[in-house]
Design a protein around this ligand. Structure first.
Ligand code: HEC
Ligand code: HEC
Length: 371
C-alpha cells in the first residue's frame, strides 16, 4: 500500500543524524532522557501513501471534491461532507458536538481531515480503516446524511455532468465504489507541508524558538507524549483510555438515544444500559477497551478546537494541564499516564512546540457543482 518505503527509511536516518547533531549543537539541554530511537519516530511526513487500487488523477480528485461539497448527497439536500469538516475550522467543526442530520443530534465531536491520508485507523473508535469504504458511512448514517445508496446513485445518474465525469474517471456511471474512491482521492490532497517543526527536523535549526525546542525535548521525554503521539503524523493509530471527563451533553436524552442507536448498529447487546460512550469497545467488545479512543494527529492541532472525542477541552493549554495531573479518573485508564510535575514554563514550552506543528495547507475552495 505504502509508496516509497525507501524515502521513509531515508527520512528516518536523516532525522536521527540531525537529532544527534542538534543535541550536539545546543550542548544537550540535559532536560530529558532523550533516546535517539524516539527522536527518530517523529519527523517530516513521507509522501502520501496511495493504495494501488485507487491511483490519484487530477480528474478523480476534482470529482471527489465536487461530491465532498455537494449537499445533494444527503437525503434532504442539507448536509454535505464539508458541512461537518470545514476548511476554516481545521477541516473539523468548532463545536463540542458535531452537527448532525436535521432533527438528529450527534454524540461526538467531528474529526479533522488534515493528513487523514496517513491514518491507518479511522473514526474515534477505529471502526473504519480505508477512506474509500469510510466515505459511504456518513452518506448512509441516519445521524449524518441519512441517504439511501441506491436512491443516491439514481439521483446522480439524473445529473448529466456527473454521469460524464464518472465515465471519464472510472469508465462507468456513478457507483458506490466510484463515489468512495473519488472522495478518498480528494481527501488525500488535504496534506500539510513545511511546518516550523518539519523545517527544524530537516536541518534548519533556527526554525524553532528556544521555547519550542525545549517543548520538543519535553514532548519526547519528561512529558511522555511520544509514548502515543509518534510517527510523522504524531499518532500511533492506537486507542487509549485517558479518563477524559464525560460530556455534559450525554445527559440529554436525545444524545443518549443517538449513542444507544449507534451501539445497537455496532452489535452491542446491552446497548440500552449505556450511559457513557464505549469508544473502542464498540468494535472489539473487549471490556478493557471501554472508554478508549483513537490517538489523534497533532499536526495543525492549534489551528482547530475543541479537543478530544467529546470536545472536553477548548485549548491545548487545558489539554496539557490535564496530562500534567496524570489524566482523568477511570478504572481502565492507560497506565502510561502518570503525574508529570511540569512547571508552568514547561507547560508553555509544550504549547510552543505544538504550535510549531502547524504547516501550510493547499487552498481548497468550494467548487462549482454540476447542475
Ligand atoms: C453531520 C456531520 C458529518 C457529516 C455530514 C460528515 N461527517 Fe465525517 N465525521 C463526523 C463525525 C462526528 C466524525 C467522528 C465520528 C465518530 O467517531 O463516530 C467524523 C469522522 C470522519 C472521518 C474519520 C477521520 C479520522 O481521522 O479518523 C472521516 C475520514 C470523515 N468523517 C469523512 C467524511 C466524509 C467523506 C463525509 C461525506 C461523505 C463526511 N465525513 C460527512 C461528522 C460528519
Ligand atoms: C497513553 C497515550 C497518550 C499519551 C501518553 C498522550 N496522549 Fe494525547 N491523546 C491520546 C488520545 C487517545 C487522545 C484522544 C482521547 C479522547 O478523545 O478521548 C489524545 C488527545 C490529545 C490531544 C487532542 C487532539 C485533538 O485533536 O482532539 C492533544 C492536544 C494531545 N493529546 C496532546 C498530548 C500531549 C502534549 C501529550 C504529552 C503531555 C500527550 N498528548 C500524551 C493519547 C495519548
Amino acid at each position: 500500500m505504502r509508496r516509497g518505503p525507501n524515502t521513509t527509511a531515508l527520512a528516518f536516518t536523516i532525522t536521527v543524524v540531525l537529532a544527534v547533531l542538534a543535541r550536539g549543537l545546543t550542548g544537550g539541554s540535559g532536560l530529558v532522557q532523550l533516546s535517539i530511537a524516539s527522536s527518530a519516530e517523529i519527523g517530516p511526513l513521507p509522501p502520501v501513501p496511495i493504495p494501488v487500487q485507487n491511483p490519484m488523477t487530477p480528474e478523480k480528485v476534482s470529482l471527489g471534491k465536487m461530491l465532498f461539497f455537494d449537499s445533494r448527497l444527503s437525503a434532504d439536500g442539507s448536509r454535505s461532507c464539508v458541512h461537518c469538516h470545514q476548511p476554516d475550522q481545521g477541516w473539523a467543526f468548532k463545536d463540542r458536538q458535531s452537527p448532525a442530520y436535521p432533527t438528529q443530534v450527534e454524540r461526538r465531536a467531528s474529526m479533522t481531515l488534515i493528513n487523514v491520508a496517513y491514518n491507518t485507523t479511522l473514526i474515534w473508535d477505529g471502526r473504519a480503516s480505508t477512506l474509500e469504504k469510510q466515505a459511504l458511512g456518513p452518506i448512509q448514517n441516519p445521524l449524518h446524511m441519512n441517504q439511501n445508496l441506491d436512491l443516491l446513485i439514481e439521483r446522480l445518474r439524473a445529473i448529466p455532468d456527473y454521469v460524464e465525469r464518472f465515465r471519464q474517471v472510472f469508465g462507468t456511471g456513478p457507483t458506490p465504489d466510484a463515489i468512495g474512491k473519488a472522495i478518498a482521492a480528494f481527501e488525500r490532497t488535504i496534506v500539510t507541508a513545511d511546518s516550523p517543526f518539519d523545517r527544524y527536523a530537516t536541518g534548519n535549526l533556527t526554525a524553532l524558538s528556544a521555547s519550542a525546542q525545549r517543548g520538543l525535548e519535553l514532548f519526547k521525554g519528561k512529558a511522555r507524549c511520544t509514548l502515543c503521539h509518534n510517527g510523522p503524523a504524531l499518532t500511533d493509530n492506537g486507542f487509549h483510555n485517558l479518563g477524559v471527563p464525560e460530556a455534559e451533553f450525554l445527559k440529554d436524552p436525545g444524545v443518549l438515544a443517538s449513542l444507544r442507536f449507534d451501539a445497537k448498529r455496532m452489535g452491542v447487546p446491552e446497548y440500552r444500559a449505556l450511559t457513557a460512550d464505549p469508544g473502542r469497545y464498540l468494535v472489539t467488545k473487549q471490556d478493557r477497551d471501554f472508554g478508549s479512543f483513537k490517538t489523534p494527529t497533532l499536526r495543525n492541532v492549534t489551528s482547530r478546537s475543541p479537543y478530544m472525542h467529546n470536545g472536553a477541552f477548548d485549548t491545548v493549554a487545558e489539554v496539557i494541564a490535564f496530562y500534567n495531573k496524570g489524566g482523568g479518573n477511570d478504572s481502565r485508564k492507560d497506565s502510561n499516564l502518570q503525574r508529570l510535575d511540569l512547571t508552568h514554563e514547561e507547560e508553555r514550552d509544550l504549547v510552543a512546540f505544538l504550535d510549531s506543528l502547524t504547516g501550510e495547507l493547499p487552498k481548497i475552495e468550494a467548487p462549482e457543482l454540476p447542475e
